[in-house]
Design a protein around this ligand. Sequence first.
Ligand SMILES: Cc1cc2nc3c(=O)[nH]c(=O)nc-3n(C[C@H](O)[C@H](O)[C@H](O)COP(=O)(O)OP(=O)(O)OC[C@H]3O[C@@H](n4cnc5c(N)ncnc54)[C@H](O)[C@@H]3O)c2cc1C
Ligand code: FES
Ligand code: FES
Length: 454
Amino acid sequence: MKVRFTVNGEAVAVEGHPFERLLDVVRERLGATGTKEGCGEGECGACTVVLDGRPVLSCLVPLAQCAGRAVETVEAIAAGPARDLVERLVEAGGVQCGACTPGIVVTAWALLRDNPSASREQVREALAGNLCRCTGYEGIVRALATDGGEPPAAADPAATAAPAHPGNGAPRTLDEALRRLAAEPGLRPVAGGTDLMVCEPEDRAGMPGALDLFALPELAGIRELTEGEHAGGLEIGAAVTFTEIRRSPLVRARYPALAAAAAVVGGWQIQNRATIGGNAANASPAGDSLPVLLALDAEVVAVGADGERRIPYREFHTGYRRTALRPGELLTAFRLPPPPPGSRQAFRKVGTRAAQAISKVVVAALGRVDEGGRFDLFRLAAGSVAPTPVRLGAVEAAIAGRPADEATAALAGRLAAGSVTPIDDVRSTADYRRFALERVVRRMVLDLAGTASS
Ligand SMILES: Cc1cc2nc3c(=O)[nH]c(=O)nc-3n(C[C@H](O)[C@H](O)[C@H](O)COP(=O)(O)OP(=O)(O)OC[C@H]3O[C@@H](n4cnc5c(N)ncnc54)[C@H](O)[C@@H]3O)c2cc1C
Ligand code: FES
Ligand code: FES
């Protein structure tokens, strides 16, 4: 396929495979070798470029999704708008090796462009996806942060992203997309590509065509539901990114557990591309938003050639990495019922490090305490503890009606740990997962009871 877009303001037309990595296009086809390859799997940030205003990982962007878009690489950024920033990095001892620095400059420039007075905490968060193994972070933070104090209210790094969904590429409507899917069974839906692009080059080469889900307006946006059984709730398009979710005032106000989950999916560059629909369709038991969708009693909207289906999210994950989606169907949206009046939500993720870590255990809960001090509502869901994300119905039943106190919290933790089937794998052991689940659930129940502060 021939894809036309701009790189550093210059129009280019690149003939290539739809799943060729933008990283290879800029380096090998266009000679912009300032963009580096480190891990090739989205982990290190060395390949960061700016795509339509947002820092993204070029090793995870397929060529097909570049159509009509604007790419900026470190060559233009460092020689132009980030010239002063590069000098500051040099002076503060924030420039170390040539593999990591270009990606750091691009991410840092994108952060400071929209938030020139970023705090140390904000700099650290924005750069969480740019790894440096020589531990040069202090010099970098010193060069970029203007203070060590509280972050300014409007300066969430996620809130600096440019709007997604520019509507380029073909097809451009859901109907057209479904027709193409039916006619070309090899066509692969791709949203952020942050799961799909992490594969062997020969697997990528074996995917004959890409269906760009960001080009479909039906899968974009967050809407209030004003009528029907979920009136007062929200509909979140499947191609909504975690950056959009965490910055959405509606999500933050009504579903703080979902906003919290969105904020810990990978680093900033991952959140700028990774979608909630991709998280669910990929169906990893470790997906961070999945226990939240379970605890919120979400509903999936799936559309195929035979029309639209509504699937309770509890029935969506049918087995290890399997979902209720049928061949040719697309997940188009999640419908979230309004949170029960007076209820509170909680979310916790246990990973190897604070950012950019796949969960060892991830938990979401929703609870309400009545006037008599007892739980009259309690929902609990967990991930990374079974082949699919799970609602822990037996724990919920045991806790409902009990006093909101330490003994109930301890009981919930014990019951939760006893009711899951985790495995040993490279990230953790089954024993540690049970231990972590018990501690997290105990703490969460206290949070929901209002007897703990965090
Ligand atoms: C470095 C790194 C860190 C990560 N950290 C985390 C983390 O902390 N927490 C976490 O949960 N995940 C994490 N992930 C995994 C990934 O980012 C998420 O699962 C993300 O939500 C996937 O969304 P996507 O839009 O990128 O999906 P894609 O890669 O575009 O798609 C994934 C799969 O779902 C299918 N698909 C996508 N959308 C639809 C749809 N609407 N309908 C039907 N099928 C669809 C695709 O065909 C593909 O098979 C990480 C990944 C990387 C590379
Ligand atoms: S090369 Fe490491 S994130 Fe792309
Ligand atoms: S700057 Fe490359 S390892 Fe630290």
